[in-house]
Design a protein around this ligand. Sequence first.
Ligand code: MSP
Length: 503
Amino acid sequence: MSRPFYVTTPIYYVNDAPHIGHAYTTVVADAMSRWHRLVGDEVFFLTGTDEHGLKVAQAAEANGVSPQEWTDRTSSRFTAAWRQLDIAEDDFIRTTEARHHTTVQRFLGAIYDRGDIELGTYEGPYCVACEDYYTEAQLVDGNCPLHLRPVTSMKEENYFFKLSRYEDRLLEWYERHPDAVRPATKRNEALGFIRSGLDDISITRTSLRWGVPVPWNTDHVFYVWYDALVNYVTAIGYGVDDDRFRRWWPAVHHLIGKEILRFHCVWWPAMCMAAGIEPPASVFVHGWLLVGGEKMSKTRLNQIAPSDLIADVGVDGYRYHFLRDVPLGADGDFSHEGMVARYNADLANNLGNLLSRVTAVVAKKCDGIAPAPPADSPLAALASAVVVEVTDAWERFAPHEALEATWRLIHAANAHLEHHEPWKADPGPGVDAVLGTAIEVLRIVALLATPAMPAACAELWTRLGLAGTPEHQRLPAATVWGGYPGGLPISRGAPLFPRIQAG
Ligand code: MSP
């Protein structure tokens, strides 16, 4: 039975150029969705760009173009980055699309009709960079706590979402859904926000035009965060295609960075309740990639573009590094040395060596034709234990554990070769058994690692003489020991992961 797996990234602000922080969330979501496709789930992977609000309107003006022209230009930087990183999203949503405007108006219109949006006046400190109001208490020396830049004072007649009515309902809902926010520390943070008391929030603006018009009062546009959150239901047909909507909702997994927890774990579930739909089933909150101990930002001039790193370690080396080295949930300090060290150790040495040794010895001792794996191989039990572990790790949103386990199998295959030294032995059943074991490990590894490194694993698969690609196999059946038929020509080729000289 195929399970639905709907995964989303935040939609990224178009003003920033894509950097490795955005790419981190997107690569994780891509790898997760590739894993779920591999095990036969029905997958929908959504990403996109957040294109309204004051910041965008100001940037367009500064550049002398219309906001739409500006967002067309800047949104495409994200699609270009994702093509480069081998991201295979099913849909890329832009909040300036007509489909999104329609859904925002329907969704927020439903909340209005049900009585949880009311008119009021709002005045308070506002950070343009965050597109968010703060309370005086949240400011740091009078500045925005995130950007450490001065805030402006804003006063507007606004429509308010009656968030204060949802305190009890949210707490009760979280009580019944203990896994709705992961990791548990982030769930506690969300509960802390709710318990500390919820104020109503202003959700419309009259001070700018660059947004989705409020259908019942077109002097107002919706505040950018309110429009943005709705993207998650626009893309699956809310209010347009009920069957489609019900297939994917509420079984969604929102993958987000920790700074937008309040929006996703307090506002968004309350908005869903207010509109009469279930809150999202799961929000997974990850940490930040830090550079020199600090979050990347335009103002700190410490942003790194993915393309800078791909030039060194390739697309698959890039994806592997971030998936393997940053446990999802924790902050990770990016270092170039760390990335190269990981590449050399795991890819050039461990996996790359196994492949080049095996292909060289098969060429020499078996005329280039691969032997089949022995049924009684000493590595068969380890391989099936690793498959179980890897499956469990991907299911738990723990790619680093999945890859760590996969590499334990590679390590064992290298040790097995070193122990038996088939390169020194005469051709025959002994050599065939050792090589057959190593080849079967490589085949299983190509399957287990393909969500992280789709291109390299496809190449590995081809070099083993196998038809198709690992992505088109079905797990767990395809990982059962003995799947490699033997008798196939093995090709040598250039090193899959050439070693990088440090420095
Ligand atoms: N537009 C809002 C999100 C609306 S979602 C309905 C937004 N955009 S953003 O461009 O600032 O992107 C924020 C997201 O990018 C973070 O939540 C995270 O997923 C990713 N990251 C941006 N910088 C990051 C790091 N330094 N480290 C890890 N991820 C980071 O907020």
